[in-house]
Write a protein that binds this ligand. Structure first.
Ligand SMILES: [Zn+2]
Length: 450
């Protein structure tokens, strides 16, 4: 089937027109939105402008002009035009979270409550759709999922990407790569020697096997590779390095060979330095980073993804000492990284706390010394750069995807305003309006009719 379509020389862009032609239906007319923005922060980091018009054609921004333009004259005859009044709103690009886990959250019992069967992939897929849409309602139009036990997040990603359900753009890692007995090795001991189980779990020892598990995640559809370079709180595996340098080098090099970025969960300073030297694109958490590590990150352009939210309040881990809060406060990695000029992307570790509360990270970033504009820039421009999607997202400019949000208060004056999102546009489709999510599903047929 796939070969048949490839043989016709079709690409994703031509397929819809062909589908409509074969089904005897006319292709839908172009759809225009004329958005009147009271205050527009088109490029976070630059000054906002008052009374602007954003013209959206289908899924893209077509133009941005001063003043409130009238709808007539903007769209050719026969196309649909809608004017959206956000003249009392503050409008900015859709937010991005570089570190979430969509398959689960503490409230459904994995880390507390009565014992139950381990959740199945089917439950994870339903969770991923619900939690991703909850995140979208909170203004997050792009999410990076850094570790799921199965293919559930890929399924949710694809349904959103194909427009079957309005949802955020998702970049998914699939299974996190870990060494045997490392943070992220979820295999029971009696399956530790099962080669297929190791591929699916992302478990590897030695450079050759680590290359193989990265290639397997790429084959399954991963957009990014996640490696756990040290132990972690949730697995009670300590915070020390778990990989040899040749293992982390093999993982990062294989990710890059496949055109994928690589992200390392890392606490201990030695593991952070080794990951940066191996060419890692982001350090996740990084609580114990030393000054040498910060200097290396700055020199290499490596991003820190701070995940402050996972520590405040402490997640529902069954550990007697809220060690993550203590270590964060003692080492102040976020403050030191910001002062050192290290690039900081926005990431929360949502899933260790409630999905949809991602914006609390902004409050923590500001509390720990980052100005509101810099925090917003981190969640848009900087995170888009980390994802490698700057040409398509992160700012509101002609040609880019029409992902934007609107609030009724000014977040530059009060960062907590980002907790109340009134309007969300995802790829030119209205996902939320007047504080309520809109029509969720598309009933259009998928794929060519036969
Ligand atoms: Zn995480």
């Amino acid at each position: 089937m796939k070969d048949f379509w490839l043989g016709l020389g079709l690409c994703a862009a031509t397929l819809p027109a062909l589908v409509f032609a074969q089904a005897g239906r006319a292709a839908p007319p172009d759809h225009y939105l004329v958005i009147h923005a009271g205050t527009l922060l088109a490029v976070p980091g630059e000054a906002p402008r008052r009374e602007m018009t954003i013209v959206v054609k289908n899924d893209r921004i077509a133009a941005i002009t001063p003043g409130y333009a009238a709808a007539d004259g903007i769209a050719p005859a026969g196309s649909a035009v809608e004017t959206i009044d956000l003249s009392r709103h503050f409008v900015l690009p859709g937010l991005m979270d570089a570190h979430v886990h969509l398959q689960d959250e503490p409230s459904i019992g994995r880390r507390g409550g009565p014992p139950r069967n381990p959740p199945a992939a089917a439950e994870h897929a339903v969770n991923a759709i619900i939690y991703a849409r909850r995140s979208l309602a909170a203004g997050f139009t792009t999410l990076r999922d850094l570790g799921a036990d199965d293919r559930s997040v890929f399924a949710a990603r694809d349904a959103f990407r194909d427009g079957r359900i309005i949802g955020p753009r998702i970049l998914a890692a699939g299974s996190a790569i870990a060494v045997t007995a490392g943070h992220g090795d979820t295999l029971p001991p009696d399956r530790t020697g099962d080669p297929q189980a190791r591929l699916e779990d992302g478990t590897c020892d030695g450079p050759a096997e680590c290359r193989a598990v990265v290639r397997f995640q790429a084959k399954r559809g991963a957009d990014v590779i996640k490696v756990t370079a040290t132990g972690g709180f949730s697995s009670n595996t300590g915070l020390e390095p778990q990989l040899f340098p040749d293992e982390i080098e093999a993982i990062v090099a294989t990710a890059h060979l496949n055109g994928l970025k690589a992200a390392a969960h890392a606490y201990a300073p030695l593991a952070i330095r080794q990951a940066v030297q191996a060419g890692i694109d982001s350090i996740e958490h990084g609580f114990l980073v030393d000054d040498e590590g910060l200097a290396l990150m700055k020199k290499s352009g490596t991003f820190l993804v701070p995940t402050l939210s996972a520590s405040y309040p402490p997640p529902v881990f069954r550990i007697p000492d809220p060690a993550s809060v203590r270590l964060r406060n003692e080492h102040r990695a976020f403050e030191r990284a910001y002062a050192a000029g290290v690039k900081i992307a926005f990431g929360t570790d949502a899933g260790t706390f409630t999905h949809g509360d991602n914006a609390k990270e902004f409050e923590l970033m500001v509390k720990f010394g980052m100005p509101p504009m810099a925090a917003i820039r981190s969640a848009t421009v900087a995170t888009a750069e980390l994802f490698g999607i700057s040409e398509d997202a992160g700012t509101l400019e002609p040609g880019k995807t029409a992902d934007l949000i609107a609030l009724t208060a000014n977040p530059l004056e009060n960062i907590s305003a980002l907790r109340e999102i009134d309007f969300v546009l995802k790829s030119g489709r209205i996902a939320k309006r007047d504080g309520r999510m809109t029509e969720p599903f598309s009933y259009a047929p998928v794929g060519p009719p036969f």
